[in-house]
Design a protein around this ligand. Structure first.
Ligand code: NAI
Length: 283
């Protein structure tokens, strides 16, 4: 099956990045969001990223123009009716995602594949909101999408071999490295990353060392490019808490319990870089 036209739903930090790499790789892309403001912010961000790539001579001015000519925006989910593939990147909330997938099932053409960029929610449950669970799959990009090479591809219980193959080929077409993952809480990336971040937060909570010193230990001592607390601020502390809760509920194991300090920061509205304050303060 050939994929020519893609709808990306959700124009936030992930959706805009996914739309950009799809358009740069030659796909026709519709970036969809319920909010006009988000679409404007998303497309401005893409234009800025492409202009930076031109300035750094990674792409030509002409390539930038062609990429932008393949990109359009929409607030109407009905526009998915002309797409071969939909990649959903709306908020990490099961009710919102199942509503979007249920609606898409009635709008998208019968052959269309419906993918979710969820970072932790079960693909099998999202697929159950449709009458085509064999054509539903997880396509988990990493942040920032234009830079990070990995895409975790998650098979739901009923995902077909054909759907998997088409999505794997598309990931390669996007110049990403696909890795196949079964549908378990947190998949692979967040199952390993989030408990480490949570443990770093416990170390702050217990007064073992300051956030700066914990990050320095992990950068210089274990060769991580970024300390776990800086990374947590970058991901968003609300997202970190949400994923820890998915791991805790999904496995029922106390080793995944979210640190009380993480809960406290989220309750205070300290969500990391996006809110101006997390473990560090931002302008
Ligand atoms: P975000 O909050 O930046 O963007 C979400 C966007 O979805 C917003 O623009 C919102 O207006 C829109 N939206 C909400 N409901 C909608 C609907 N029904 N229809 C259309 N648009 C709707 O969120 P972000 O960070 O981009 O995350 C999106 C998804 O990607 C989540 O599932 C998240 O878990 C996943 N993810 C996030 C990563 C991160 O580092 N932030 C990394 C990998 C995956």
């Amino acid at each position: 099956m050939a994929i020519n036209k893609v709808m990306v739903i959700g124009a936030g930090q992930m959706g805009a990045g996914i739309a950009q790499v799809c358009a740069q790789s030659g796909y026709e892309v519709i970036l969809n969001d319920v909010s006009e403001e988000a679409l404007e912010k998303g497309t401005k961000g893409i234009e800025k990223q492409l202009a930076r790539s031109v300035a750094k001579e990674r792409i030509t001015e002409n390539e930038k123009k062609e990429t932008l000519s393949r990109l359009s925006t929409s607030t109407q989910l009905e526009d998915a009716g002309s797409c071969d593939m939909v990649i959903e990147a709306v908020v990490e909330n099961m009710d919102v995602k199942t509503k979007v997938f249920g609606d898409l099932d009635t709008i998208a053409p019968a052959h269309a594949i419906l993918a979710s960029n969820t970072s932790s929610l079960p693909i099998t449950e999202i697929a159950a909101a449709t009458n085509r669970p064999d054509q539903v799959i997880g396509m988990h990009f990493m942040n920032p999408v234009p830079v990070m090479k990995l895409v975790e591809i998650i098979r739901g219980l009923q995902t077909s071999e054909e759907t998997y193959k088409v999505v794997e080929d598309m990931a390669v077409q996007l110049s990403k490295t696909p890795v196949e993952v079964k549908d378990f809480p947190g998949f692979v990336s967040n199952r390993i990353l989030m408990p480490m971040i949570n443990e770093a937060i416990f170390a702050v909570y217990e007064g073992v060392a300051s956030p700066e010193d914990i990050d320095t230990v992990m950068k210089l001592g274990t060769n991580h490019p970024m300390g776990p607390l800086t990374l947590a601020d970058f991901i968003g502390l609300d997202t970190c808490l949400y994923i820890m809760e998915v791991l805790h509920d999904g496995f029922g194991d106390s080793k995944y319990r979210p640190c009380p300090l993480l809960r406290k920061y989220v309750k205070a509205g300290w969500l990391g870089k996006k809110s101006g304050r997390g473990f560090y303060q931002y302008q």
